[in-house]
Design a protein. Structure first.
Length: 545
């Protein structure tokens, strides 16, 4: 099998065009082409008048070796890599360890889900602990908060089965290096669980919230069938650590639940997400090594999706293959700050993502169809621990302070503070909406957002919006709507781990994983990190450690 990259065709092409392009590129007769499949499809919209589709193909031909030899200087032709997932342990390697305490996975977001799945597929019967509820019950609580302003701190956008990724655009792309093709394993399992087949080949696959709900349930059923055990509404409030276990740190011995129950285990995976602040505090008290890390703060901005489509795709806007257009923007402000778009949701909504009473935070979400009126994206400013000096949890304190400000600016009832972009740049409060109707529920309260963020962030953001207009004409739209605040862009801490075995620097048997531990950002990268950590756990168990 060959991999043929950079096969370019017009947006409007028939089925025969692909095979014809392959014959030309490889210089072979039609009889020598035995078959092909699309491995990846993307597009180039830099020339809006002529959008081009770009294919990577897996091609089967007669006399493959001769074709490779003849075209050896073509950098876009190579043997197709083996992307099938290979388990690092199983069978006889793990057979003698059935008497050990079962591994524990804390958290059921994308990372925890794949830790549990891989461990279960290797026969290790993990116990999966989730502080929140099953995904359908959690969905009821979350939509109830949006309608009635009644927040359940343990069941919301951040907490519950599926993690924060459940209420998102369901984006399944990442810029991580993936030499072992773990991302392919993630996509394959998602398709088995009910995701559309197209996620295997489109360049920027997404699923959407409603489909994610069904997939999470299907994957849970699979894990349970393989011997895994789920426990919902089981919040971990402490971790038992034997500090006398050795000179290089303590050894995990189990976890303590809010109910008072202790579950013994020598292998505990922390897949707790970026909002488990009380768990971060507990780990810090226990002496687990944690350090502050950079993250970003800002607002959500909403534009008409039709504007973004037209700006990005020109006459091809609305084409079913292209779908709703996204964008990626960055501006380096004169005060030294970087301002950039983050978690852009085409045809989506801005959602209330609070997890603590008296604090307000936003996020973005889309359904699979991406057919809502507005495009939304976080527009954020990068900050570093130098902006919040102190102990490793100082970034959490800053997040909480900004979320409390937003709660007060919105009226103290979970309405979000908002402002029109033109008014924000001009430094005046907004009093009425224009053509863009905000999507945030319960409601948006117009005000002046200048006090919602530190001065350096406000200055950088005011400079960025007019500058973005040079990248997307019409983006600096006076009545586009800003909604505050966006503070949960990534974890404000990193639970450091060893490179060789992925265990905590100073706590053996503790495996920090995913976004909450500071090792991922988004559904796909978190799931990939989950696979890596599951393999590390399995190898540790196989070694009898």
């Amino acid at each position: 099998m060959l991999r043929l990259n950079e096969v370019k065709l017009p947006l409007e092409h028939d089925e025969a065009a692909l095979s014809a392009a392959i014959l030309v590129r490889l210089g072979i007769a039609a009889a020598d082409l035995l078959g092909f499949t699309v491995f990846k499809r993307s597009y180039d919209a830099r020339k809006r008048s002529a959008v081009v589709l770009i294919y990577s193909l897996h091609v089967e031909v007669r006399n493959e070796a001769a074709v490779l030899a003849r075209l050896q200087h073509d950098i876009h032709l190579m043997p197709a890599p083996d992307t099938e997932y290979k388990f690092v342990a199983g069978g006889q390697q793990l057979a003698g360890h059935s008497e050990q305490p079962r591994p524990i996975v804390i958290g059921t977001g994308p990372c925890g889900l794949f830790v549990a799945l891989i461990l279960a597929q290797m026969g290790l019967r993990p116990i999966i602990l989730e502080r929140g509820k099953q995904v359908r019950e959690r969905t009821v609580d979350t939509f109830g908060f949006w309608r009635k302003r009644e927040l359940n701190p343990e069941s919301n956008v951040q907490f519950g089965e599926g993690g924060a990724g459940t209420f998102s655009d369901g984006k399944l792309y990442s810029q991580i290096k993936d030499p072992k093709h773990y991302g392919r394993k993630v996509l394959t399992e998602f398709v088995k669980a009910g995701a559309p087949e197209e996620i295997m080949y489109v360049s920027k696959p997404h699923i959407g919230t409603f489909r994610l709900v069904k997939m999470v349930e299907a994957m849970r059923a699979n894990i349970e069938q393989l011997g895994g055990e789920y426990r919902f509404e089981s919040k971990v409030v402490d971790i038992a650590i034997d500090n006398a276990a050795g000179p290089d740190g303590g050894q995990v011995r189990g976890v303590v639940l809010a109910s008072g129950e202790t579950i013994a285990s020598n292998h505990v995976v922390l897949a707790i997400g970026h909002s488990a602040r009380d768990t971060f505090e507990m780990l810090h008290r226990r002496g687990v090594y944690i350090e502050a890390k950079p993250f970003s703060i800002g607002f959500r901005v909403e534009h008409p999706q039709s504007l973004i489509d037209s700006c990005r795709f020109g006459p091809s806007a609305g084409h079913p293959i292209l779908g709703a257009a996204d964008y990626k923007l960055v501006h380096h402000a004169s005060n030294g700050r970087s301002v950039y778009s983050f978690c852009m949701c085409p045809g989506g909504t801005v959602v209330a993502a609070a997890s603590e009473p008296g604090r307000l935070v936003t996020n973005g979400m889309s359904q699979y169809s991406r057919n809502e009126r507005n495009a939304n994206s976080a527009i954020v400013v990068g900050i570093t621990p130098a902006d919040y000096p102190g102990d490793p949890l100082a970034g959490i304190a800053l997040q909480r302070e900004l979320e409390e400000r937003a709660f007060a600016l919105g009226g103290g009832n979970y309405d979000a503070p908002g402002q029109l972009v033109g008014d924000f740049v001009a430094g005046r409060a907004s009093t009425e909406f224009g053509s863009v109707v905000p999507s945030y529920k319960p409601a948006v309260h117009l005000t002046d957002l200048a006090s919602a963020l530190p001065e350096y962030a406000i200055t950088a953001l005011r400079e960025a919006f007019p500058a973005f207009n040079k990248q997307i004409k019409g983006y600096y739209k006076a009545d586009a709507v800003l909604t505050g605040v966006e503070t949960r862009t990534s974890s404000p801490i990193r639970i450091k781990r060893r490179d060789d075995n992925l265990q905590s620097l100073n706590t053996r048997g503790l495996f920090p994983a995913g976004e909450g531990a500071g090792y991922a950002g988004g559904i796909l990268s978190a799931a990939v990190d989950g696979i890596k950590v599951a393999e590390a756990v399995a190898l540790s168990i196989a070694a009898g450690k």
